[in-house]
Design a protein around this ligand. Structure first.
Ligand code: FES
Length: 148
């Protein structure tokens, strides 16, 4: 029995639709995988200063971790009421440090690294002091500034 041109067209259409469906399915599966494997470029934030806190927000002998240029930084209010700011990236293996009010140290929980309120290493494995930032009070804002 001979095929009519209309049957061939229907079969071709069915093949085309099946192929298109499979291509769409493959795209649905592989596109998210590709987006995961090749993440979009992240813009480097290079702000020279940031408002880390408001005046009155922090009690003496307290600390606050905030983001500065996309990286953690720490603002400490000393027991005497002065403000100090440092990179919160530990100089050992880059864990985020925190302030421990009960001992008055900046502390890294990863390997028990201790820093004083000038960022200097007191104990533990960190090889260098924390990078220090400038702090100024402008009206209601505590502004942290990266050194030039
Ligand atoms: S990462 Fe901070 S002490 Fe190891």
């Amino acid at each position: 029995m001979a095929r009519s041109p209309l049957q061939i067209t229907r079969r071709s259409l069915a093949d085309y639709l099946l192929g298109a469906g499979l291509a769409a399915l493959a795209g649905t599966v592989f596109y998210p995988v590709l987006r995961y494997l090749i993440p979009p470029p992240v813009k480097e934030v290079t702000a020279g200063s940031v408002v880390a806190a408001k005046v009155g927000e922090m009690q003496p002998n307290s600390g606050k971790v905030f983001l500065f240029g996309g990286k953690p930084a720490i603002l400490v209010r000393t027991p005497e009421g002065a403000y100090r700011a440092f990179s919160a990236v530990c100089t050992h293996l880059s864990c985020t440090v925190q302030y421990r009010a009960e001992i008055g140290h900046i502390w890294c929980a990863c390997h028990d690294g201790h820093f004083d309120l000038n960022g200097h290493v007191l104990a533990g494995p960190p090889p260098r002091p924390l990078a220090a930032f400038g702090v100024t009070v402008k009206e209601d804002d505590i502004v942290v500034t990266r050194p030039a």
